[in-house]
Design a protein around this ligand. Structure first.
Ligand SMILES: *Cc1c(COP(=O)(O)O)cnc(C)c1O
Length: 375
């Protein structure tokens, strides 16, 4: 059993994929070719956002947003401590300082109350200027943007949605990637919508910010790439990757339904033994991960038990960012992040990819139940 089974997915898209790839290779427009523009239009339409801009990866996508907002040295960027390092790394890349905020125990997402307290602390006891919040749709569940927007307005902060794991998720009728002024996603192969290498995108309804991001992704170009009006990056989405993504996009809704079906059955089967993920009403998760939280210790033993049964599992994330060596110096500025630290010792993600068979799901459920019954 695979944690994410891209080979089974390939069987489902093979003919469509090969046709699209052959066309790109025959036409030889490998950088920002017509497929990139077509994909951008399709993603803008799917998410209901005016502009989608394909970029080299999900990390650059966030960095480009910070640059477009002119965030840099002396600025504080508030990020959850319980996330992948890229969310904080981009603040450092532009010379700003990431400030770590704690998360909700039930949704794993950034806690607006902890954020409010953190902003006040930074204003009171540091020289940093609070500028932006990067909220993460962790494991595919959108953060609480209504609460975050209120804090953003209170302190005049920019709000960015890191939907690297959230593409396809929804809050009511609003899609992930449309939930903040600027939003980003990643097409890393294991994400809900993944390509065959690195890729990412920026989303915004703001025409000026979209123009800035389009300039920044091609070396800060002006009217053309040999007219350079600002310092930018080389951060374009490959045409071949756009073709892969379009082949996958044709199946995406069906895959998302299957992920939700699997998540629902896991929750019914496992809720007596572990804390199962919370999905607040009106939210739909993209289920990048299905993450259980153990009520007591024993995670290593459970992982070993699963591994003996041939079931892969992964700890996302074993060390929250405020405890990472690279952020030792700055972590004292932020919140204590006790929830993040506690979660990192108790969470375990199990396979939830859409190509799991019902038999495999039953095997996973039975194996986890057996572990707790025998204890
Ligand atoms: C994967 C991920 C990123 C970075 O995406 P890349 O495409 O790998 O650069 C950023 N934030 C979160 C939350 C992620 O999971």
């Amino acid at each position: 059993m695979q944690f994410v089974d891209l080979k089974r997915q390939r069987e489902a898209i093979e003919a469509n994929l090969n046709r699209r790839l052959a066309k790109v290779i025959a036409e030889a427009r490998f950088i920002l070719g017509p497929e990139v523009t077509e994909l951008e239009h399709r993603l803008a339409s799917v998410t209901g956002v005016k502009h989608c801009i394909g970029v080299a990866n999900g990390t650059d996508a966030i960095q480009l947003c910070l640059r477009a907002l002119d965030i840099g040295p002396g600025d504080a960027v508030f990020v959850p401590s319980f996330t992948f390092v890229a969310t904080a790394e981009v603040a450092s890349q532009v010379g700003a300082t990431p400030v770590f905020v704690d998360v909700h125990e039930d949704t794993f997402n950034i806690d607006a109350a902890s954020l409010d307290e953190c902003v006040r602390r930074v204003r009171r006891s540091s020289d940093l200027k609070p500028r932006a919040i990067v909220a993460v749709d962790l494991f595919g569940l959108p953060a609480d943007y209504a609460a975050l927007q209120a804090v953003a307005e209170k302190y005049d902060l920019e709000l960015i949605e890191d939907a690297a794991q959230g593409f396809g998720a929804r809050v009511g009728d609003s899609m992930a990637c449309s939930l903040a002024k600027l939003a980003t996603t990643s097409f890393f192969p294991a994400k809900p919508l993944g390509c065959y290498g690195d890729g990412g995108a920026v989303f915004t309804n703001d025409d000026d910010l979209a123009d800035l991001v389009r300039s920044l992704r091609v070396h800060g170009k002006g009217t053309n790439k040999y007219d350079n009006v600002r310092v930018g990056l080389n951060s374009r989405l490959d045409t071949l990757q756009a073709a892969v993504l379009m082949a996958k996009l044709d199946l995406f809704e069906g895959e998302l339904d299957r992920r939700n079906e699997i998540a629902d059955r896991y929750t019914s089967a496992l809720r007596d033994h572990v804390v199962t993920p919370t999905v607040p009403s009106v939210y739909r998760s993209a289920w990048a991960q299905y993450t259980i939280t153990l009520r007591q210790d024993g995670r290593d033993a459970l992982q070993e038990h699963l591994s003996r049964a041939g079931i892969p599992s992964v700890v996302y994330y074993p060390k929250p960012l405020h405890l990472q060596p690279v952020y030792e110096a700055t972590s004292s500025i932020g919140s204590d992040c006790t929830v993040s630290a506690d979660l990192s010792t108790r969470v375990l993600s199990i396979p939830v990819h859409p190509y799991l068979t019902d038999e495999e799901c039953t095997q996973i459920e039975t194996s986890i139940r057996d572990f707790f019954v025998k204890r």
